[in-house]
Design a protein around this ligand. Structure first.
Ligand SMILES: Nc1ncnc2c1ncn2[C@@H]1O[C@H](COP(=O)(O)OP(=O)(O)O)[C@@H](O)[C@H]1O
Ligand SMILES: [Mg+2]
Length: 255
């Protein structure tokens, strides 16, 4: 079971889009995927229509319920979800003063039935607060989506600083799985510039797959479908399939 956190504190850089569509592409390869939605906005939870256990990730971080009772099935075969809720917005308050506040998720996930899922994908909020720290402490690999349609590298340095702190502190095993360029439109100068800046700065850490800008991707959540189901032959569906293959390859065999 591989635990991958998808994070970048910049809002709108396609974290949730990456989590849901990568999960769908991994599921299509026959992998069993657990999505843990840690964003109070609960976009991934709603998109995947996985709400049979409400407030699940809040309970995961604040109560002692067995983690193996907290997941809901989704409308997509092979994808289960630990659902987010608005209450996650109060988590800083809930965890304040607890000595293990940064490693609660890691502790709770250590009881996860590792034979049930091949991949765990964690979606995070657009902040570098306690929730994102918990996700960085609980995972081995970090996937960083960077959107190329607006200038988006500014926040990455801040994020890398936090990654370094977590590596030096509670999670020395943390590694960057890769940067994934999203919303790429090579016909625009700007998109090309951001992509080049990404390659210059992070070299081989930038994944070979790129996700192209495609309006069908933005439409898919309203239909509660991944892009792979909503428009299976679209360029973006091909991109997410390519990304899934690259992730599987980088992660080795998944159990
Ligand atoms: N490849 C893409 N093509 C077009 N729109 C995209 C693409 N990827 C993401 N988007 C859109 O960008 C917006 C932000 O994506 P989202 O995944 O919600 O970001 P985050 O979770 O980082 O806040 C959404 O409206 C989403 O539909
Ligand atoms: Mg999101």
């Amino acid at each position: 079971m591989r635990i991958i956190t998808v994070a970048n504190q910049k809002g709108g850089c396609a974290k949730t889009t990456t989590v849901v569509n990568l999960a769908a592409a991994l599921a299509e390869l026959g992998k069993k995927v657990l999505v843990i939605d840690l964003d109070p906005q609960a976009n991934a939870t709603q998109w995947l229509s996985a709400t049979s256990i409400p407030e699940a990730s809040f309970r995961l971080l604040t109560q002692d319920d067995d983690v193996n009772t907290l997941w809901s099935t989704s409308l997509t075969a092979n994808i289960d979800v630990i659902a987010a809720s608005q209450s996650l917005a109060d988590i800083e308050k809930e965890l304040a003063g607890k000595s293990d506040a940064e490693s609660i998720l890691k502790l709770r996930l250590s009881a996860l039935d590792s034979t049930r899922w091949d991949y765990v994908l964690i979606d995070t909020p657009p902040t570098l607060g306690i929730i994102t720290i918990n996700a960085l402490v609980a995972c081995k690999k970090l996937l960083i989506p960077v959107t190329t349609h607006v200038l988006s590298l500014a926040g990455v340095a801040q994020m890398m600083k936090m990654v370094q702190e977590v590596k030096e502190g509670s999670n020395p095993e943390l590694e960057i799985l890769g940067f994934i360029a999203t919303r790429v439109n090579i016909r625009t100068r700007h998109s090309k510039d951001v992509l080049n800046a990404l390659y210059e700065r992070f070299g081989s850490q930038v994944l070979k797959s790129v996700i192209r800008e495609n309006v069908r991707v933005a439409e898919a959540p309203s239909f509660r479908q991944s892009i792979l189901k909503y428009d299976t032959k679209s360029p973006a569906s091909m991109d997410y399939r390519e990304l899934a293959r690259e992730v599987v390859k980088l992660q080795g065999s998944a159990r």
